[in-house]
Design a protein around this ligand. Structure first.
Ligand code: ADP
Ligand code: TRP
Length: 325
């Protein structure tokens, strides 16, 4: 059956093309590596640590599910579910909390960064990595693809699993290995910085056509006159254009920049068209899915059913091990 692969994504906002090329595309492609043994879940319990408005949280979870399915997630190959639908994740979190030292959590960068920025932490934010450990260990996951920022959380998961197994002298948990793709390029935003919802420089993944056009047309450029040759490698429009284009298209575009008589307005128009062409099949699929909300709920229900099966077995073993049965 191959190794069990699992990853989670927080429903933290409207997805942008940085999220798509930086994370989502790879998590969808996992289904081809190991169809039938891949788990992907929406980490709604983790999102509660920042106390979102209930309607916002609900909306984001639904949108995330819709957007992933539109982008090609195949629920036959990947079990796709909501974290909060899995019985036992919170119970396992509690049990793991009782063997996790404060020091281990106090060293977590992501916690320290938030506190340094002035965020007043709640206990949930502090024990965020323990919930994440429960997410991973409950399915006996072997491989966990995550971004670089989650590397330390994975190390904490491994520490917790090793400690538990040693403490009870039993190989209850599988020690997971992270898959960290160092090579993922940082996608630039409309201002040339890293695209991020915090910088107001995003191009939405499924934005409304008019709004996307407006966003692209307003990308700031230098004042090189239209007639002058331009260096494509210094242009943010070109950097974004590359995401959507074949080698040949990229070369042709670079030649146009260098030849002159090709203005930034033309480049923006080409970028807009490339964006629309690239996402056309996904947008079409999304329109279809929007007409059938029951289907999405059914996908998440089925995914949870599969995940719950695996979770129940582990939790039973854990309960026996610690003396709750
Ligand atoms: P944001 O920076 O907009 O708040 P998140 O932190 O919610 O985005 O990121 C969700 C996922 O998308 C993470 O795995 C992150 O690495 C990836 N991601 C976000 N922005 C980019 C980007 N500009 N380039 C590459 N990957 C990105
Ligand atoms: N903390 C992860 C993030 O913010 C999301 C996450 C929660 C996760 N539980 C997980 C990722 C388990 C991998 C495995 O990106």
């Amino acid at each position: 059956m191959g190794k069990r692969i699992l990853t989670g994504i927080q429903p933290s906002g409207i997805l942008h093309i940085g999220n798509y090329f930086g994370a989502m595309k790879a998590s969808i492609e996992l289904q081809e590596q190991n169809p039938g043994n891949t788990f992907l879940f929406i980490a709604d319990l983790h999102s509660l640590t920042v106390n979102p408005k209930p309607d916002d949280l609900r909306m984001r979870v639904e949108r995330l599910a819709l957007d992933f399915l539109a982008c090609g997630l195949d629920p036959e190959k990947t079990a796709f579910f909501r974290q909060s639908d899995i019985n036992g994740v919170c119970e396992l979190t509690w049990i793991l909390n009782t063997i996790t030292s404060l020091g281990l959590l106090e060293r977590a960068h992501s916690y320290k960064d938030k506190v340094a920025k002035g965020f007043v932490p709640n206990n949930g934010l502090f024990s965020y990595p323990v919930l994440m450990a429960a997410d991973i260990l409950i399915y006996k996951s072997q491989l966990v693809p995550v971004g670089k920022d989650q590397k330390q959380h994975l190390e904490i998961t491994r520490d917790i699993a090793i400690k538990f197994n040693q403490m009870y002298n039993k190989e209850v948990f599988t020690i997971p290995d992270p898959i960290i793709s160092e090579s993922v390029a940082v996608i630039p935003g409309t201002d040339g910085q890293k695209m991020s919802k915090s910088y107001n420089n995003t191009i939405e993944l499924f934005g409304e056509e008019k709004a996307i056009r407006k966003k692209i047309m307003s990308i700031p450029t230098d004042s090189t006159p239209m007639e002058d040759p331009k260096d494509p490698d210094k242009c943010n429009i070109f950097a974004l254009y590359k995401l959507f284009s074949s080698e040949q298209q990229i070369e042709e575009m670079a030649a146009r920049y260098r030849a002159g008589n090709f203005g930034y307005g033309h480049a923006k128009q080409a970028l807009f068209e490339a964006y629309m062409d690239f996402f056309a099949p996904m947008r079409k699929r999304r329109e279809e899915l929007l007409k059938d909300p029951a289907y999405i709920q059914e996908v998440l229900r089925k995914g949870a059913e599969k995940a719950n099966e695996a979770a129940a077995q582990t939790l039973d073993e854990v309960r026996r091990t610690v003396g709750l049965r």
